[in-house]
Design a protein around this ligand. Structure first.
Ligand SMILES: [Zn+2]
Ligand SMILES: [Zn+2]
Length: 164
């Protein structure tokens, strides 16, 4: 045996295993029939949190929309499909609907910003869904995007007891 033989190891470029195994969107739009669904199609106005991608058809959800530039949030809830509500927010942004809290917020960022839509939780009934939203609005920082009216008069009335 010739023990003086040299072995040359050459690393060659090729397709990374990661690129074969990792799908860009692990939850493709299977049977999603919602036109312009921001969860299943890319949307220029609303970024969907990656952990939410598979939930486009979930009903009865609480959600948060966060400005990615300043972290200000909008707290919302809907009995309808997440995608349907997201489309409304997206189309408000596209049409610059002056009533939209997101459009109002955009005025603070002349260079534009991106809003991230994130589902917080799913509920079984309207009462807990709305109570959850009220709590989130009350707990939100002062830069919460929800209107002052919503902040002061939550959908669920609060009863405060005072000791006298
Ligand atoms: Zn969808
Ligand atoms: Zn902002």
């Amino acid at each position: 045996m010739n023990t003086n033989m040299n072995i040359k190891v050459v690393e060659k470029g090729g397709i990374k295993i990661k690129n074969i195994l990792v799908k860009k969107n692990p939850f493709p739009a299977e049977n999603c029939t919602i036109l312009h669904c921001p969860f299943c199609n890319s949307d220029n106005y609303l970024k969907i949190s990656s952990e939410n991608r598979k939930h486009c058809s979930s009903h009865n959800i609480g959600y948060t929309i966060k400005c990615t530039k300043c972290d200000a949030t909008y707290e919302g809830e809907t009995s309808r499909k997440a995608a349907v509500r997201a489309i409304e927010h997206s189309s408000d942004l596209r049409k610059s609907n002056p009533e939209s809290p997101l459009v109002k917020h955009l005025n603070l960022h002349p260079d534009g910003t991106e809003f991230e839509f994130k589902i917080r939780s799913q509920f079984h009934d309207a009462l807990t869904r709305q109570a959850d939203e009220s709590v989130r609005i009350q707990n939100a920082a002062s830069d919460c995007l929800n209107s002052k009216a919503e902040f002061n008069a939550p959908k669920i009335a609060r009863i405060t007891m005072k000791r006298t």
